[in-house]
Design a binder for this molecule. Structure first.
Ligand SMILES: [Zn+2]
Length: 195
């Protein structure tokens, strides 16, 4: 039976690399995959999933109106699809996570979602909330804080490296950067920023 998987982590834990490796494993066995990634802004002209270690693959862009079940059902009418891979899955809506669950349960195609668990405020993203709630398998991809502990939190820092506490969940075109840190250093940074 197919299953719904959620591979979650903080930033820079190698989510895209893991996604591309999984897709490659299917292709190696002569199987077909569909890769989706979020249309967040216009930074990328070409729809693709890129890994920091230099590999990439073309992808289908999804946005809040994308109807996954319908699209995938149509795609499978012509050719068998063996696996669906979704990058940036934290941006899925509740309805889209339900849609992807139906791809698993009705079309019997495994769906592998990769995304951030929480935003820089420590709040769950909508996609992550429902993926954590409904997935068959939860797999944490780990990265480390500068102190050596597991980094599960994402800190937004401004151009001077100062932590940012407030702001929109998605910051487009700002000078801010993100750092993955452990919980201890996340809360310490927030405390320093609020003084
Ligand atoms: Zn730390």
């Amino acid at each position: 039976m197919a299953q719904l998987y959620f591979y979650y982590s903080a930033m820079n834990a190698g989510k895209s690399t893991a996604l591309l490796q999984s897709s490659y494993n299917y292709h190696e066995r002569g199987m077909r995959t569909l890769i989706y990634t979020a249309k967040i802004d216009n930074r990328f002209h070409v729809a693709k999933v890129s890994s920091r270690i230099g590999i990439s693959s073309s992808a289908i862009l999804f946005h809040i109106k994308t109807k996954f079940f319908q699209d995938i059902n149509t795609a499978t009418e012509h050719e068998t699809v063996h696996c669906i891979l979704v990058d940036e899955s934290q941006f899925l809506t509740r309805r889209q996570v339900q849609d992807l669950s139906e791809v698993v349960d009705i079309l019997n195609i495994p769906v592998l979602c990769y995304g951030l668990r929480t935003d820089f405020r420590g709040e769950l993203f909508s996609g992550s909330q429902y993926l954590l709630a409904w997935s068959d398998k939860l797999i944490e991809l780990k990265t480390i804080c500068y102190c050596g502990r597991k980094a599960g939190m994402v800190l937004r820092v401004d151009s001077l490296g100062k932590p940012v506490i407030l702001g929109d969940q998605i910051q487009i075109g700002g000078n801010e950067k993100y750092m993955s840190v452990c919980r201890k250093h996340y809360f310490e940074a927030l405390q320093i920023a609020s003084i």
